[in-house]
Design a protein around this ligand. Structure first.
Ligand code: 13P
Length: 398
């Protein structure tokens, strides 16, 4: 028995690269048979990605104290809506100008550890001709990439959706790694008013798990994001029940796909009442419910929980995060906001070159506020009225 457990320990998923059989490469099946004892039944052991050490390191870097993720990976269609809100056309030049402003905000890396990019940005240069990826690395920010191909209707469900993008994913993730990406994001959604049906939850969880395994195999830390949409009139208890079900299923399939938990990051929705619920929740209530959910469902091996903002106002998202960091947590509890980091910045810019500096300062104010919230030290003082406006949109796509 002792020798059997020693063998199993040796073939644990956290293998050093050097423990790999010489000559084995990514194309070969990463499954090997280990016999524990000549007469004992054989055990099928799955080897970890050859990137295991690097994945753990990347995840830890992103989940470093006082820092979080800037989500700037809006698809061209969503970016177009943002640009339209300030009267700009959805051209590549305008998207480039806006994203140049974001990545080159001076000192951003003090508060931001990772930036999620859309594919166009990963291969794009700034307006002054530097690679966006290089600017991020100089700022000490890890570049990441959105790899899902968006949501489509899920046949056989109650008007729910599923997330596309698994076909050809391994060649894309390998190319993204070559281009400098070190983590990935896959966002799928679950709708409470539409069920969620068992089929939709299972599909969401399975897709996330397959994506996570493929990303790890290419050296990218997968951000696992089953967004539970804010849409609905339901109370906070209902959100809690649905979130428990969703995360149970996600972790079931992550384990089944041999995903290494130390090398992933999660991007959950906070547990809140539905956006159309009459009863609102205080930051303390949101923190209590959300932490209870995390404790019941998320293993401590997971290094970081990077929340999405989901339509909350900038200040609300920061206050809620701050409330969750009032006592130590087993995981780094932080942010991966798009709207709650960018909203006032975008409005301040308004597409005018003379406003770039002011817009970058506003971005830094939000990034610093969330950095303080990650450390549990945000007070909420001196915030603008604009930053207190909610951004909920029914049936939001990304
Ligand atoms: P929001 O913070 O705007 O919800 O976006 C986060 C997100 O899902 C993008 O990764």
């Amino acid at each position: 028995m002792a020798s059997a457990s020693a063998t199993l320990l040796k073939s644990s998923p956290i293998l050093d690269k050097s423990e790999w059989v010489k000559g084995q490469n990514l194309r070969q099946p990463s499954v090997s048979v280990v016999r524990c004892h000549p007469t004992a039944p054989s055990a099928l052991t799955v080897r970890a990605s050859s990137y295991a050490d690097e994945l753990i390191k990347t995840a830890k870097t992103i989940a470093s104290p006082g820092r979080g993720i800037l989500a700037m990976d809006e698809s061209n269609a969503t970016c177009g809506k943002r640009l339209a809100s300030i009267g700009l056309e959805n051209t590549e030049a305008n998207r480039q100008a806006y994203r140049t402003l974001l990545v080159s905000a001076p000192g951003l890396g003090e508060y931001i550890s990772g930036a999620i990019l859309f594919e166009e940005t990963l291969y794009q240069s700034t307006t002054d001709g530097k690679k966006m990826v290089d600017v991020l690395v100089e700022q000490n920010i890890v570049p990441g990439i959105k790899v899902d191909k968006g949501l489509v209707p899920l046949p056989g469900s109650n008007n729910e959706s599923w997330c596309q993008g698994l076909d050809g994913l391994s060649s894309r993730t390998a190319a993204y790694y070559q281009q400098g990406a070190r983590f990935a994001k896959w966002r799928t959604v679950v709708s409470i008013p539409n069920g969620p049906s068992a089929l939709a939850v299972k599909e969401a969880a399975w897709g996330l798990a397959r994506y996570a395994a493929i990303s790890q195999d290419s050296g990218l830390v997968p951000i696992v994001e089953p967004e539970i949409l804010l849409d609905g009139e339901h109370g906070i208890d209902r959100t809690f029940e649905v979130a428990k079900k969703v995360w149970a299923e996600v972790f079931f399939y992550l384990a089944e796909n041999n995903v290494m938990f130390e090398g992933i990051l999660l991007k959950p929705s906070m547990v809140t009442p539905g956006a159309e619920c009459k009863e609102k929740a205080t930051p303390q209530q949101v923190a209590d419910y959300t932490l209870k959910l995390l404790h019941r469902r998320i293993p401590p091996a997971v290094p970081g929980i990077m929340f999405l903002s989901g339509g909350q106002s900038e200040v609300e998202a920061t206050l809620n995060l701050n409330a969750m960091n009032q006592s130590p947590n087993p995981w780094h509890v932080s942010f991966s906001y798009a709207r709650a980091l960018q909203n006032t910045c975008l409005k301040t810019w308004g597409g005018r070159p003379e406003n770039v500096k002011a817009a970058q300062e506003v971005l830094l104010v939000r990034a610093k506020a969330n950095s303080l919230a990650q450390l549990g030290k945000y007070t909420g003082e001196g915030e603008s009225e604009e930053a207190k406006k909610g951004m909920f949109v029914k049936g939001y796509v990304y």
